[in-house]
Design a protein around this ligand. Structure first.
Ligand code: NAD
Length: 359
């Protein structure tokens, strides 16, 4: 197979590209604009493979997309390119609307035009796999809010049939893109499949996100910021488990289906930070416990309180299960950050972009 991966220089995209090159015989064309979140150093281990090609492309640039399809003739698209950071979407939503909505539209249209040129067998075998988030569903009742909710509601999980109710500009833009993808199947017959996944963590995660931020701040003796009381609940999935799930979906998922992907790891943010501190206390001991660096900061506006995913469909139908528990995955992640200080240093000083960021 030749798979066009958009956003392959990002956190999850790079895990997908490494997985495909290291564990399959397939070819990858990585189309990425290289925004601040795109980092080719995350692909250094596979960059010399003759099954891997990089194209610096903005998914909003239709002419460039057409060129890439014509030149590389893929038989599947895995669409991960996106603006992905909720806080950034609150302070500046324009890039989120542009890339996540307009960019997805451009990619769908470029794919459709190319797909129409294929033989009928190749058309049938083709897949457009859209990678999305569980944040499109809004949030679930938190155990603190049991009053007024039945216990069943309080324990409810997002299923593939949960109604969309996005809260942030980020999740609203992702919800829009999910709807566009389904419309391109219904209206034009483009063979699409959608996945909605919970929070990922693992190696090569940009240090603006909670887990890498806390690991690196802890090691540098800086405050460990916690929004509000830190009681927001997220379901955490190790990124390499997500990459394996995505490959299963693009190769064996059924056209028109949606698959939720999650780690069965519901944790409060405070608990996540405390667990990181405990692991660091053992791995890199210092005079005072790392947890003393925890600092509470004003909560994010509209902050979703609880996400939790029911991943039984992908488990039953495609035989996928996460291999890591939260404890094993978190330990691997922390060990990765400890042994890959160069990657972290280059992100922090901006040299991964060839220029200092001045932060
Ligand atoms: P990321 O921010 O780490 O990476 C995004 C990548 O997309 C970067 O390499 C960036 O350069 C590229 N990109 C951005 N705009 C582009 C454009 N206009 N054209 C081409 N490339 C562009 O994101 P991530 O965390 O790896 O997330 C990947 C996808 O998975 C996103 O669609 C996101 O919504 C979804 N997702 C993420 C999570 C999570 O926990 N991180 C969970 C569920 C779903």
């Amino acid at each position: 197979m030749k798979i066009l991966v958009t956003g392959g220089a990002g956190f999850i995209g790079s895990a997908v590209v490494r997985h495909i090159i290291n564990s399959t015989q397939d070819n990858v064309i990585n189309a990425d604009k290289l925004t601040y979140a795109g980092n080719l150093e995350s692909l250094a281990s596979i960059a010399s493979s003759d099954r891997y090609v990089f194209e610096q492309v903005d998914i909003c640039d239709r002419a460039e997309l057409d060129r890439v399809f014509k030149q590389h003739q893929p038989n599947a698209v895995m669409h991960l390119a996106a603006e992905s950071h909720v806080d950034r979407s609150i302070t500046g939503s324009s890039d989120f609307i542009q890339t996540n909505i307009v960019g997805t539209y451009m990619l769908l249209e470029a794919t459709r035009e190319y797909w129409n040129t294929l033989s009928s067998d190749a058309k049938q075998a083709f897949r457009f796999h859209h990678i999305s988030t569980d944040e499109v569903f809004g949030d679930l009742p938190h155990p603190d809010e049991l009053q007024g909710h039945s216990p069943n509601e309080a324990l409810a999980l997002f299923t593939e049939n949960t109604a969309y109710a996005p809260s942030s500009p980020y999740s609203a833009s992702k919800a829009s893109s999910d709807h566009l993808v389904r419309a391109w199947l219904r209206t034009y017959g483009l063979p699409t499949v959608v996945t909605n996944c919970s929070n990922n963590y693992g190696p090569y995660h940009f240090p603006e996100k909670l887990i890498p931020l806390v690991i690196l701040n802890a090691l540098e003796g800086k405050p460990l910021p916690i929004y509000g009381k830190g009681d927001q609940i997220r379901d955490w999935l190790y990124v390499e488990d997500h990459a394996r799930a995505l490959y299963k979906v693009v190769t064996s998922g059924k056209v028109g289906e949606t698959y939720n992907i999650g780690g069965h790891n519901e944790k409060q943010n405070l608990e996540v930070v405390q667990t990181i501190c405990t692991i660091l206390d053992a791995l890199v001991p210092k005079d005072t416990p790392y947890a003393e660096q925890i600092t509470y900061v004003t909560d994010r506006p509209g902050h979703d309180r609880r996400y939790a995913v029911d991943a039984s469909k992908i488990s039953n139908e495609l035989n996928w299960q996460p291999q890591e528990t939260f404890e094993t995955g978190l330990r691997k992640t922390i060990e990765w950050y400890l042994t890959n200080q160069d990657w972290c240093q280059h992100v922090q000083d901006g040299t991964y972009k060839g220029e200092p960021l001045g932060i």
